[in-house]
Design a protein around this ligand. Structure first.
Ligand code: UD1
Length: 417
């Protein structure tokens, strides 16, 4: 059990080096088994979800190791195409191995993935797209069994721009005969990052970042070196923490365009923000104003993953803020815990109404999920007295050295584990 102990009320000041992106790393780790070559990745965060992906690669017969933020993978020795249940349940992204295994081995056996309980999180779009590429999929039992004698390029229209389904389809399509066109594709920066890696191993892919991604089959075979982009959600979290606590923070290494919607609302709340090529300066007096309605949407809309931490930043803002969640059904799990700090939040369906309060009071909380746990920590930083967050490891699935990074900015936070 991780126990986060926070004494609120400190301003945050200084430089924060933003960690590498978890959500960009995971599909690229799965993609590393496509070529059978060697992959060297830089700027990979040290996280539980990354460990889980490396363990899956090793189970499949690859060599995969992480030294600090470098990861080395050699996929030549891949011998298996089945992922055991215990490894699948560790994280949601394990499902991305389906497309990669199908491409490399013509077969993949796995069970439905684990991850945060944010709602139903079905994988029907993944399965539908892979079937259109010619995969036969039996998902009637405990295990999902995918086989394909030969994958063939297809025109696939995703009814919703699912990040995972876009990635899985891109991976499988690298081994399909002919051209695959994904319409209605997710446009997240992590999709463009996957395209960059796939090109580095010799695949022909274009269009990532728009709603149409085109892949010409003929699997990549080259070894590659690739740098993981900075984590826009970790950057958003630090920005929200600095906004709520007050102070002056430089977020270094991150592309401001990747979290411009979050910065837009923090500006509306009263922060001074200067964005440069690879960094963002944020100055806050610590007293924020309520903002107009925030609605979570697929990229380039407001990210659902940043919703809980922005909510935490607005708990003491002047007036009423409204957040509407449209991506996941169950993404307000942090709310009952935040109320225990004294927050005034009303829930009606998929909307949360936040009335700013003058003060929050530290207490004992339980982290419900990754971003919800981060929101409790951000709220704790602005609460009077001590906040203790009990956490079954959710926060460390996605945040690298969260306590260390916050302490470097002046926060009083310690992690016991
Ligand atoms: C990814 C991110 C996650 C983020 C989410 C939305 C990773 C590792 N995770 O998750 O942090 O919150 O994007 O930005 O990158 N859906 C279906 N059927 C499917 C697939 C998805 O109905 O087959 C629904 C989901 O239930 C959800 C919505 O589509 O309501 C978005 O899901 P998706 O974009 O696929 O998210 P993930 O790839 O799981």
């Amino acid at each position: 059990m991780d126990i986060w102990r926070i004494r609120g009320g400190r301003k945050l000041d200084g430089v924060c080096f933003v960690q590498g992106s978890k959500n960009a790393s995971l599909p690229i780790l799965a993609a590393s088994l496509l070529s059978g070559g060697e992959t060297q990745l830089h700027n990979v965060p040290q996280l539980r979800d990354i460990d889980a992906a490396l363990r899956i690669l090793r189970h499949l017969g690859c060599t995969a190791e992480q030294r600090e933020n470098e990861v080395y993978i050699s996929a030549g020795g891949l011998t298996r195409s089945a992922i055991p249940r215990r490894l699948m349940l560790e994280m949601r992204s394990s499902v991305i191995f389906m497309g990669a295994l199908l491409a490399r081995c013509g077969e993949a056996r796995l069970c439905p993935p684990g991850g945060c309980q944010l709602g139903r999180r079905p994988i029907d779009l993944h399965l539908g797209a892979l079937r259109q590429l010619g995969a036969e999929i039996d998902d009637s039992g405990e295990e999902i069994v995918c086989t394909a004698k030969a994958l063939r390029g297809a025109e696939i229209r995703l009814p919703f721009p699912s990040v995972g389904a876009t990635e899985n389809t891109m991976l499988a399509a690298t081994a399909a005969e002919g051209e695959t066109v994904i319409r209605g594709a997710a446009r997240e920066p992590e999709i463009a990052a996957l395209q960059d890696y796939l090109r580095a191993i010799g695949c022909e892919v274009h269009g990532a970042g728009t709603d149409t991604v085109v892949i010409r089959g003929g699997r990549g075979t080259q070894s590659a070196e690739h740098r993981i982009i900075a984590d826009r959600i970790a950057a958003s979290t630090m920005a929200c923490a600095a906004a709520a606590c007050g102070g002056s923070v430089e977020l270094r290494g991150v592309d401001p365009a990747h979290f411009s919607t979050v910065l837009y609302f923090l500006k509306q709340a009263g922060c001074d923000i200067i964005s440069e090529n690879r960094s963002v300066w944020l100055r806050s007096a610590g007293k924020l104003h309520a903002v107009g309605e925030i609605v979570t949407r697929p990229y380039p809309g407001f990210p659902t993953d940043a919703q809980p931490v922005l909510m935490a930043a607005l708990l003491k803002a002047d007036g009423r803020s409204l957040i509407t969640e449209t991506i996941f059904e169950n993404r307000f799990r942090q709310v009952p815990e935040l109320r225990r700090l004294g927050a005034d939040i009303g829930l009606a369906g998929q909307s949360a109404e936040i009335w700013g309060v003058d003060s929050l009071h530290g207490t004992v909380l339980n982290a419900t999920d990754l971003r919800g746990g981060a929101a409790m920590i951000v709220a704790g930083l602005t609460a009077e007295g001590q906040t203790v967050v009990y956490d079954e490891g959710h926060v460390r699935r996605g945040y690298e050295q969260f306590d260390v990074r916050l302490r470097a900015l002046g926060a009083d936070i310690y992690l016991d584990n």
